[in-house]
Ligand binder design. Structure first.
Ligand code: SAM
Length: 345
């Protein structure tokens, strides 16, 4: 059966198992690189199925490693599979898979954090943003240290419709540490609600599909892993530049246990903090005594719109940085102390 559940037109020929490949090429997982492999092909099939129908699709798999998920993607009868793998040790094993699926696989030995996906697939695959998603998918089980910065980068790409999203609303199926997946999909008022929840959900439909227990991986990580599916929204729920939304959301969640006015305040220089934060909350019609986790995406939309209006009126406001002001104050205080002790000496 194909990954879609239908009879496949393509099936990989008999190959050594993933376990045998690991042995053959001496691919011991490097703990410092957080390498944990999936050897159970039923599980890798299940991950590939989460991407939807992959027949004739153009797929980028990030971090294929010894190639478990890679086999499932190929068995789903894709048209093209691009593999981006950083660790050179995996390349020979992936080449073996490439030979078993002639003309379909392209291997890139590189870092997904710098790889330019906008040129990876043929131009004719491009769809209008408002159309259904293109037949282009990103699938990957990456180390957690890479997957979180990467999703933030890709969300910014969604907002700008560049990078992997020059093809349209490219769908992503990615693994995260279970707790991170819970944050990505957390609803208003839930304990896991965080910066990631807002950043992901204002741009995408985000679904936490299923959780894989840590024991399914070799070697076993300390944590469980969840598979999350992202489809960019036709209309983002907040229509402001990504960096502006990121700044507002980050500031509000800076004091996650306090009332939300506390985080709003730090968007403004100390001298005008009280007045401006009151003005912003009034403009946005947000109750200052709500906690960050209680704010809906609509609240954030109103906060971002209000902040944008204030930035348009005061063009120096957006570049204001709370941490910089704190550091500057500390430096000034330290300098004052030094000058005073020099005078006393
Ligand atoms: N996908 C395989 C699996 O499920 O068995 C391997 C998973 S392992 C957790 C992560 C893989 O991502 C490793 O092969 C590692 O070398 C690769 N990797 C780590 N950082 C990467 C990066 N920045 N760009 C591309 N690949 C990366």
């Amino acid at each position: 059966m194909a990954a879609s559940g239908k009879v496949a037109a393509f099936r990989l020929p008999p190959l050594p198992t993933v376990k045998e490949i690991i042995k053959l090429f001496n691919l011991r997982a490097q703990k410092q690189l957080s390498q944990n492999f999936l050897l159970d092909l039923r599980l890798t099939d299940k991950i590939a199925r989460q991407a939807g129908k992959l027949k004739d699709a153009h797929v980028c798999e990030v971090g294929p490693g010894p190639g478990g998920i890679t086999r499932s993607i190929l068995n789903a009868d894709v048209a093209q599979l691009l593999l981006v793998e950083k660790d050179t040790r995996f390349i020979p094993g992936l080449q073996m898979l490439s030979e078993a699926a002639p003309g379909k696989v392209h291997i890139v030995h590189g870092d997904i954090l710098t790889y330019k996906m906008e040129r990876a697939f043929p131009k004719h695959l491009q769809k209008k943003w408002e159309d259904d998603p293109p037949n282009v998918h990103i699938i990957g089980n990456l180390p957690f240290s890479v997957s979180t910065p990467l999703i933030i980068r890709w969300l910014e790409n969604v907002s700008n419709r560049d990078g992997p999203f020059v093809y349209g609303r490219t769908q992503m199926t990615l693994t995260f540490q279970k707790e991170v997946a819970e944050r990505l999909t957390a609803t208003t008022g839930s304990k896991q609600r965080s910066r990631l929840s807002i950043m992901a959900q204002y741009l995408c439909t985000v679904q936490n599909r299923f959780t894989i227990p840590g024991r399914a991986f070799v070697p076993k990580p300390e944590v469980d892993v969840s598979v999350v599916h992202f489809t960019p929204l036709v209309q983002p729920k907040i229509q402001q530049p990504f960096k502006l939304v990121e700044k507002v959301v980050k500031s509000v969640f800076q004091f996650r246990r306090k009332y939300c006015w506390r985080g709003v305040e730090i968007l403004f220089p100390e001298a005008e903090r009280l007045e401006k934060s009151e003005q912003m909350l009034m403009l946005a019609d947000v109750d200052p005594t709500l906690r960050p986790a209680q704010l809906s995406i609509l609240h954030f939309k109103n906060l971002c719109n209000a902040y944008r209006k204030m930035c348009d009126e005061d063009t120096s406001l957006f570049s204001y940085n709370y941490r910089e002001e704190l550091k500057q104050k500390k430096r000034t205080r330290k300098k004052g102390h030094l000058e005073q002790s020099a005078r006393e000496d």
